[in-house]
Design a protein. Structure first.
Length: 411
């Protein structure tokens, strides 16, 4: 088979990151105060983090979904305003999202190659890798995966089609992404019955009208069919109940189909470019364990918010050395306790806050959280302690709408 070559092609032996446990989140107190859970969000460079995960997770991850930068050579800001007119981008309140900018094609291809190689090592025998790209780089990626996993392990090229405005007037509008699906060996998971969809009404009418339809072979019309390799799901910009403002957020229905088809309850699902956190959110919803990594705090925090809002099982937040979460105290941020309630006292616009009722000054164990509603409404500034016992120290963390994290403690 053809092999893609570029200047300086050589697999690296990356230095593993040193992972540090920052916090344990128990959404709405669920499972408090259990031991360290297996679900993980990790902040840092995914190359070094994957290298650090190899001793424990090599050949143990059942499903990997990868949504890396697409080689667009653009910068994608995050929308942090609320109630804005989507038709007036000049009026949007924006913050730093992520950059997809490269000096050369060689630099991008090598970036992808090094990371795909580690994903292949982490993937379990019989596991499945979904690589999500578009026309900018999918042809390069196909050759890389043929090399790393073998062309015989190619399973599908899925086309995700969607609608939306486009400035293109000199060609057909580019309104699809490409998802390359490879397995690690022939004994892979594919749960056909978990992803069946109804037959089209015209198909039902055809079989009802003629006994010769389908050349006499009548499918189980009530059971439905396995989807084709082209999928239509609206982009998140049109799904207002999901939209977080994080750029290039993928719809939950897309990840749901992937996770239901290619994993089983209890399996470990990983996303090393987790962005807004759709993969861990959907994995948790369907009883899968999750491991999600991103290089920016905004992405990690967006994923954390979504998991808390959905009542996910407990999860850990790790950082890698050199990429700790910037957390500072602020004179305008405090809290008070009265009649079994904790009240946040601040004049700043807060998007998220949480309480550790027994702060050990090392690992923040979040037992209660409040999250700003996605579409409208105000964040709750009071949390009921219920039956939680207060230790020698109690601590609160908050994230303001600009993405800055604060912490304050009481003795």
């Amino acid at each position: 088979m053809p092999i893609l070559n570029w200047t300086g092609k050589s697999l690296q032996n990356p230095q593993p990151a040193t992972l540090q446990l920052d916090s344990i989140i128990h959404p709405h107190g669920l499972g408090w105060p259990e031991a360290i859970p297996g679900n993980q969000l990790i902040l840092g460079d995914n190359l070094a983090i994957m290298a650090a995960l190899l001793p424990e997770y090599e050949s143990r991850i059942n499903l990997i979904y990868a949504d890396p930068p697409f080689f667009t050579n653009r910068h994608f800001p995050a929308r942090v305003g609320r109630g804005e007119d989507s038709r007036k981008p000049r009026e949007w309140q924006l913050a730093t999202g992520y950059a997809d900018q490269w000096g050369t094609a060689d630099a991008y291809i090598d970036f992808l190659y090094q990371r795909l190689a580690l994903m292949v090592r982490l993937l379990a025998e019989g596991g499945t890798l979904y690589l999500h790209l578009d026309w900018h780089a999918d042809a390069y990626a196909r050759l890389l995966l043929d090399e790393l996993l073998g062309a015989d392990n190619f399973l599908n090229e899925i086309i995700w089609a969607y609608h939306g405005p486009s400035p293109i007037r000199s060609a057909f509008n580019r309104k699809h992404d490409t998802i390359l699906v490879y397995t690690k060996g022939p004994n892979y998971t594919f749960n056909a019955d978990a992803v069946r969809i109804p037959y089209n009404d015209s198909t039902l009418k055809t079989f009802a009208a003629s006994p010769k339809a389908g050349f006499g072979k009548v499918p189980d019309l009530n059971r439905g069919k396995v989807p084709e390799d082209w999928w239509y799901f609206p982009v998140v910009a049109r799904l207002h109940s999901e939209r977080t403002g994080y750029p290039t957020q993928k719809p939950e229905m897309l990840l749901e189909r992937i996770i239901l088809a290619s994993s089983n309850p209890g399996d470990l699902v990983a996303d090393f470019f987790c962005g807004s956190g759709t993969t861990p959110l959907v994995a948790a919803r369907h009883g899968r364990r999750f491991l999600a990594v991103d290089a920016t705090f905004r992405a990690l925090h967006t994923a954390r918010e979504r998991l808390v809002r959905a009542g996910s099982p407990a999860f850990c937040v790790y950082t890698s050395a050199g990429q700790t979460i910037s957390t500072r105290t602020d004179p305008d941020f405090s809290f008070e306790i009265h009649d079994g309630e904790i009240r946040l006292v601040t004049n700043q616009p807060i998007a998220y806050w949480e309480i550790d009722p027994n702060w050990n000054q090392t690992i923040f164990r979040s037992a209660l959280q409040a999250v700003l509603p996605l579409r409208s409404g105000k964040i709750n500034h009071s949390l009921n302690l219920g039956e939680l016992s207060i230790g020698r120290h109690i601590s609160a963390r908050a994230v303001d709408e600009s993405g800055q994290q604060f912490q304050v403690s009481l003795k």
